[in-house]
Structure formats: C-alpha cells, structure tokens
Write a protein that binds this ligand. Structure first.
Ligand code: ADP
Length: 681
C-alpha cells in the first residue's frame, strides 16, 4: 500500500465532532444541574413559607387573646371609675384582681394631667403652731412635768381654731397622761379623740397624718394594756385597708398622703402580727390584704414619683401597654375615662402570665418563642437563643412596639421538611443526567462508527485504485508493445500474451476479493452450508495453487489424516479461505519455500493448518492481521502484493461457519495458520 495516500477522516473535523458531542452532553447536564439546584432551593423556600404561614396563623390566633386580656382591664378601669381615686385604687388592689393582687395598681390623674392618687406631696407646709406649745414641750420633754404640760396642752386644745392645732394638743395631752402612768385614760380619751374625732373631708393632710399617728397609738396601747383586746387594732386595720374612715357606715375619704398611709399600714401589720390573736387576723386574710395594700402603695409611690403628671404619656395610645421607666419590673396600661387619665400598673411577673396563649400555641411544638416588650426586654417564652428567628411579628395594637419572635428548635427543619421533594428532584435529575450521558455515549459510538466507516471507505478506495493500477498498467504496456509490433518473434508475442493473461487473472482474483469484501460489508454474502468432506476442500485448494507453487523453489506438501469427519460448510468459501492462507504462505516466504497444508482432527474439531517457513511476524502484528486492510509491512518497497483483505475475508467466512482462525508465528521462523471447524453431526 502506498504510504503517501491519505486515508481516514480529517482529524480537525473529528475534533469538532467530539467537541460538539461533548457540548451536547455537558451543556444540558450543566443546565439540568442548575435547574435542579434552583428547584431544590425553591422547594426549601416553599417548605419554609408553608411553616411560616402555619406559625403565623397560630400566632395570629394567640395574639388576640392577649389583646383581649388588656382590653378587659381597660374596660374594668372605665367601669370602676368612681369619684374617689383612692377608692378606685383600693378596689383594684383588693377586689378587681381577686386575691392574687393581679388587679394592679391604679394611678389617677385629673383632666389637667395632675396626679390625684397617690398623694405624694401633701401640698402644704408644716402648719405653724402657737407659742404655748414651746413651754408645754419644755415642761413635757425637759422637766418631765407631765401634769403642768398636760394643763397647757388642755388650754391649747380648748382654744384651738384649727383642726391641726387641736389634734396636736390632744396628742400632747395623751403623751402626758402616758407619762403619768394613766395609760388607759390616754388611750381611751386623748389618743382615740385625736384619731377618730372631728374627721372631715376638709382636713389638711398634715392633720390627717396626726390622726393616723393617734390611731396607731390607740391600737398599740390597747395591746399594751391587754393583749387579748383587739377592738382598736381591728379598727386600725379596717380604717387602713378599707377606706379612709367609715363613720356610721358612711365612707369618708381622708386626704391621706402616701407616706402616712405606708406608715399606718406598716404599723397595723406590725401590731397585728405581734398580737396573740394574729391567727384570727390571718384567718380572715386581713393581714394579707393589708400587706397587698402596703406593697401596692409602695409601688404607686415609685411610679408616681417618676410620672408626676401625664406629660410622659402624650405619645401613648389609649389602651396601650408600656414598660415603665422605674426600677421595679412593671408595666402600665394607659387609659382615659370620665375626663381622667389612669395608669394601671402591673408587675412584670403578672404580665408574663398573660402570655399563656402563646404557651398553648407553641408549647410542645417544633417552635420556640420569645416575647419582647416595647423596650426590647424579654417578657415571656425562651429567654435565650443563638438562632435567628424565622418570624418576628407585632403583638397587637394594645402592645405597640412589642414583638414576638419565633424560631425552630431544630435549625434543619426547613431542609427536613423539603427533603422528600428534594430527594425526588435529585433522583429525577440523576436519571435524566444518566439518560443524557447514555444518549451521548450512544451518539458518540454512532459517530465513531461512522468515522471509522468513512476511514474504511477511503482506505478501500485508495487500496483498490493502487492495487488495480499495477496490473492494469503492466497489461497496457504489454498490449501496447504487441500492437506496435515491438516483439522479436511469435514466441515473444505469446510470452507477452501469457503475461497479460496472468496479470488479468491476478486482477480477477483481486476483484473477487473486493467483491467478497463488499458483500461482506453489506452482509450480503450468503453461504450454502452442506455436508462437505474436509478432504475435498483441501484438495480443491491445493489444486488451485499447485501451478503457482510449482514455479521456483517451493516445496509444497499436503498431509490429510484419514477418517476425517465431514463438516457443514460452503465448499467454495472454505476453498477461498485455504487459498488465501496458502497464497499468503507463498507470498511471505523466502526463496526456499516450504509450505504444508495439514488437515487433521483435534478435540472433535476439524483443523486445516497452513505452515510456512516464511518471514513470520511479531506477536503484536499477529493480533492485528485479521483486521481489514492491516498489513505488517506497509512500505512501498514490499515485495508481496495484496490489499490487506485476504485474512479478514478468511476470518469472516470461518466465523460464519462457527469456527475459529488463529496464527502461531515468530519473526523469521515462519507461520502456522490454523482454521478449526466443528464436525457436522
Ligand atoms: P495481503 O493482501 O496484504 O496479503 P492479508 O490480509 O492476506 O493481506 O494479510 C495481511 C498481512 O498479514 C499481510 O500484509 C502480511 O503482512 C501478514 N501475513 C499474512 N500471512 C502471512 C504469512 N504467512 N507470513 C507472514 N506474514 C503474513
């Protein structure tokens, strides 16, 4: 074969085809992966949205319950607005909220925003007292002349115009009687008078304060005289815990400032707890109620000192709840009713209980919640979390700037919720990618086959034209010579004609091989399988090559075993196989040729062996010689003619007979080709 002949496809084109194929596979795969990642993200987002919707709904159900609680309280404030702020205050502490003090502490302001209750500042300066007091005090405290001092106090009391002076003188008288050891008199007479007599709404806070002091003294002295008597103590408690004063079933609200109230409440508790009848007081919850009032009063003072008027509430909406800027953990509900402004103060611990609805909604679920007040301070739920909340909502119009934050106990919940869908997407994606790859593979194979076929066609054309050219041109030269009469005699002319005939035969042989190959390629070679004797096949082949082998130095032996079984074969096709092998043995042997054709049986198979002492071949070549157009020596100078089709045709025929063909060869030592066919049974 001519080495210069270009065969096969264009490598540049091939590269393009491979590139296009790669793009056709990679591009959709990459797109699919992208779509998949987007789809997975979307599924996760959808799952997240679903959960968010679910919990938003839950939250929206819980929020109104908290709102309602505060609205009810605001309504209660409006319902309970009575004339006396103090009465209101006490009813919130003692009645409205029931025994657990959850009613709250009610701070009241008038329509101009001034504090009405609690009374922090008594408003009046300490009233001036007559000069006579000076000498009375001197007698009482320095000289301890109680009798004389009492007389002066008596005079002051008799002539006193002001309630304050009168009460102060009464207290002086009482003290002097105590100093003289007349305790019972001091208690039943002077202290009691100073405590409970001449009470009126017009009394000044300073005067009320003296009365309160006298009340405490009455109760204390009663205990001192006889611990079993508790009438005065009861009266003290009643007046401290119920209303300012209960005179003939008429409620009288004395303008008592909170310092006095706190004093009187504290003393009442002290005396009652020390009394041997303390159990009785406790039974009726009276000490308990007094303590609530004391705590409420103290809280009221703390708040009222910080909010002495309504200026701070200007920005607040009516009915809204805010954390108050005081040391205690308290919240205020801002209300307006009957021209007054109210601040219902509730302890943080009580406010926390209002969020029970949240606990009901989220307790035991996958979600944790945290309620923060308008100052961002934790109120209810789970106090600390590292996680970012997935939902932050307002707690409702009653609680402006309050927030409830929700987050999942399990941070992977979105991924878990979407995992089923994600798995489906991934599997579908993997399947499609596998299909794309498979389709790409199949397409690649088809293209490869096509390229190979193309190369074969090119090889075929190149080989055919080359192999045909040689005999044709030698035939033309000979024919031209004869036509031009350039020959010596008839003998030479005959010789030329014989040469033409020989070339013609070779040409026919070549063309036969091409045709066989072509039929083979198109799968159109039909074999006629009949029972045939191996002997006749071997003989026909030997006959075909006999003439050729008789030329030159060639020893040809045919060794056929006896009792060979028949084979099921196409006689002519098998002769072609053996002729091809014998032809090759001849072609690829040196001048002293020794060729053998052996036919024998081995392992129940009929074997045809062609043995030569020719050039042989390497192991590598031996593996390839049955491929189409393969030639060990492809150089121009090679002696043997041929087109690399003989052995591939032989293999095709042998395969069609369900047989096998093999070669055993060593370079320089000759070759043995063996065809094995199954015996016909
Ligand atoms: P060709 O037409 O070239 O002979 P074949 O298909 O018959 O084609 O043989 C393929 C190649 O195998 C040959 O080119 C030759 O190199 C090698 N070959 C075949 N038979 C022999 C042999 N008996 N000894 C050495 N080489 C051989």
């Amino acid at each position: 074969m001519n080495k210069g002949i270009k065969t096969g496809g264009n490598p540049g084109q091939l590269r393009w085809v491979i590139l296009l194929l790669a793009v056709a596979v990679i591009l959709p795969t990459v797109c699919l992966l992208w779509f998949m990642s987007q789809a997975v993200k979307n599924v996760q987002l959808a799952a997240q949205q679903k959960l968010i919707d679910l919990y938003t709904e839950k939250l929206e159900r819980a929020v109104p319950q908290v709102q309602r609680t505060w609205r009810d309280r605001a309504n209660l404030v409006e319902d309970k607005v009575e004339e006396e702020p103090m009465a209101n205050f006490m009813s919130f502490v003692l009645d409205a909220g029931g025994a657990d003090r959850s009613g709250g502490v009610l701070i009241t302001y008038d329509d101009s925003g001034r504090l009405l209750y609690p009374i922090i500042d008594s408003g009046t300066e300490q009233p001036s007292v007559p000069e006579e007091f000076e000498s009375a005090w001197k007698l009482e405290f320095v000289e301890r002349n109680f009798k004389e001092a009492r007389r002066i106090y008596d005079q002051i009391a008799d002539s006193a115009q002001e309630d304050y002076i009168w009460r102060k003188a009464m207290l002086g008288q009482a003290r002097c009687e105590v100093g003289r050891g007349r305790i019972s008199l001091a208690m039943t007479m002077y202290y009691r008078n100073a405590a409970y007599d001449r009470l009126s709404r017009e009394m000044s806070p300073a005067s009320v304060s003296l009365a309160a002091h006298a009340r405490v003294m009455v109760a204390a002295l009663e205990q001192q005289l006889n611990e079993q008597n508790t009438a005065e103590l009861s009266r003290l408690i009643r007046s401290a815990t119920y209303y300012g004063q209960d005179v003939h079933s008429q409620r009288l609200f004395l303008p008592m400032d909170c310092a006095t109230r706190i004093f009187i409440l504290q003393k009442a508790i002290d005396i009652a707890e020390k009394s041997p009848k303390a159990q009785e007081f406790k039974k009726n919850n009276r000490i308990e109620r007094t303590k609530w009032l004391l705590a409420a009063e103290q809280m009221a003072v703390e708040v009222a000192e910080h909010y002495p008027n309504t200026a701070a509430f200007k920005k607040w909406a009516v009915g809204s709840v805010h954390r108050l800027d005081v040391v205690s953990d308290v919240y205020g509900l801002y209300c307006e009713a009957a021209g007054r402004t109210f601040l219902l103060v509730r302890l943080g611990e009580e406010v926390r209980k209002d969020f029970g609805a949240f606990e009901q909604s989220f307790g035991g679920s996958d979600v944790l919640y945290r309620v923060l007040d308008d100052k961002g301070i934790f109120v209810s739920g789970t106090e600390q979390s590292e996680e970012n909340p997935f939902l932050t909502l307002a707690v409702g119009s009653s609680l402006p700037d309050w927030q409830v934050k929700l987050w999942f106990k399990d941070s992977d919940i979105f991924t878990k919720a979407a995992s089923r869908e994600v798995a489906i997407y991934i599997w579908a994606g993997v399947l499609v990618i596998v299909l794309i790859l498979a389709a790409g593979g199949i397409a690649g194979q088809a293209v490869g086959r096509q390229i190979k076929l193309n190369r074969l066609k090119n090889d075929f054309i190149a080989t055919v034209s080359h192999e045909l050219k040689t005999p044709l041109s030698s035939m033309r030269v000979l024919a031209d010579t004869l036509l031009e009469g350039n020959y010596k005699d008839q003998k030479q002319a005959t010789e030329y004609l014989q040469l033409i005939c020989k070339e013609n035969k070779r040409l026919s042989g070549l063309i036969d091989n091409f045709l066989t190959f072509s039929r083979m390629e198109r799968n159109k070679q039909a074999f006629e399988m009949v029972k045939t004797s191996p002997f006749s096949i071997a003989h026909a082949a030997a006959d075909a090559v006999k003439t050729k082998f008789s030329e030159g130095r060639c020893e040809f032996e045919v060794k056929i075993s006896e009792d060979l079984p028949d084979v099921s074969a196409d006689h002519d096709a098998m002769v072609t196989v053996l002729v091809n092998l014998l032809d090759n043995a001849y072609k690829y042997s040196y001048d002293d040729k020794h060729i053998e054709l052996r036919v024998f049986t081995e392992d129940g198979l009929v074997c045809f062996s062609v043995v030569d002492n020719g050039v042989g071949m390497s192991r590598r070549s031996a593996k390839r010689i049955f491929k189409r157009f393969y030639q060990v020596d492809r150089s121009l100078s090679r002696r043997a003619q041929g087109c690399g089709l003989g052995l591939s045709i032989a293999k095709f025929i042998v395969d069609a007979h369900k047989g096998s063909i093999s070669v055993d060869s060593k370079p320089g030592e000759g070759s043995t080709f063996t065809v094995k066919l199954p015996a016909a049974n």
